[in-house]
Design a protein around this ligand. Structure first.
Ligand SMILES: [Zn+2]
Length: 277
């Protein structure tokens, strides 16, 4: 649900402003923070007052001091002195407290609205439902909700070693990470783990243990984390997906993802499991 705000209500509150311009966020230059300000303090906002929606807080017990307002400038390019556009991923690292519950969620909503302007069933224009996060077709009544795509992510260990892989997309960063992949229709999470691991690196795993999950807004994944033990097979990298995969000793790990990501957390958890043995 996102609630449209009238202008007088907008001006009354100091708010957190999540402003998207194409795939990036508009923030004050050098701040690395989502701006918290009054409506009138952000110079370009008056042109978009009609486009402002409030993001309701998640029911997760955490309370934010200020309401969160979301604005989508779409493809418009705002040139405002003192302001800059930064990638979403960058702010997820600098704003860890609100990374997924505010920034990631706001982006998933905006992405949903951008990609559901027309009904998937009859092609008519959709309209926003104001009391829940959905769009509805007024010709055939088909209603759509933001998509969530489950993805498994798994850390594999064998005695004192971890199996980590470098995806073709991470070749330049020279970063080794856990294996991950989308769950297919009709598949359980566990089946997805066994299939992905075998497809990507050619080994079999056993004794899966659930770790935890993390929403990942690129654009609407839900990463479901597992720790698995090696069972059998030798590493064989999947062409076009995996650049390299190796067993690494816990005391000689390569460059791995940051701890804001579930991949980084899975690796840290597996390392401490191995060390506690
Ligand atoms: Zn329709």
């Amino acid at each position: 649900m996102m609630i449209k705000q009238n202008e007088s209500k907008l001006k009354a509150h100091k708010a957190m402003w999540v402003v998207f311009s194409r795939g990036k966020l508009l923030i004050q230059a050098q701040s690395q923070r989502i701006p918290v300000a009054y409506f009138n303090e952000i110079p370009f906002l008056h042109r978009y007052a009609e486009e402002v929606h409030q993001l309701p807080p998640l029911n997760d017990g955490a309370t934010l001091e200020n309401p969160v307002f979301v604005v989508d400038l779409g493809a418009e390019h705002v040139e405002q002195p003192g302001w800059e556009r930064v990638p979403l991923r960058q702010l997820l690292v600098t704003e860890q407290d609100i990374a997924f519950s505010v920034i990631g969620r706001a982006w998933q909503y905006i992405h949903f609205l951008r990609t559901h302007q027309y009904c998937g069933q009859c092609g008519a224009k959709t309209e926003r439902v104001e009391w829940e996060m959905a769009v509805q077709c007024h010709r055939c009544q088909h209603r759509s909700y933001p998509r969530v795509s489950p993805c498994i992510i798994v850390s594999i260990h064998d005695n004192k070693r971890l199996l980590l892989a470098k995806g073709v997309r991470h070749r330049e960063a020279n970063m080794y990470s856990t294996l991950a992949g989308f769950v297919e229709s009709g598949e359980s999470l566990e089946e997805a783990v066994h299939r992905e691991v075998f497809e990507e690196v050619g080994v079999r795993v056993k004794n899966l243990r659930y770790f935890h999950s993390q929403p990942w807004p690129f654009p609407h994944s839900l990463m479901v984390g597992f720790i698995a033990e090696y069972d059998s097979g030798t590493i064989q990298c999947q062409e076009n997906e995996i650049d390299d995969a190796q067993w690494f000793d816990v005391d000689a790990l390569p460059n791995t993802p940051p701890s804001v990501s579930i991949a980084g957390q899975l690796i840290a958890e597996t390392v401490s499991l191995i060390r506690d043995k």
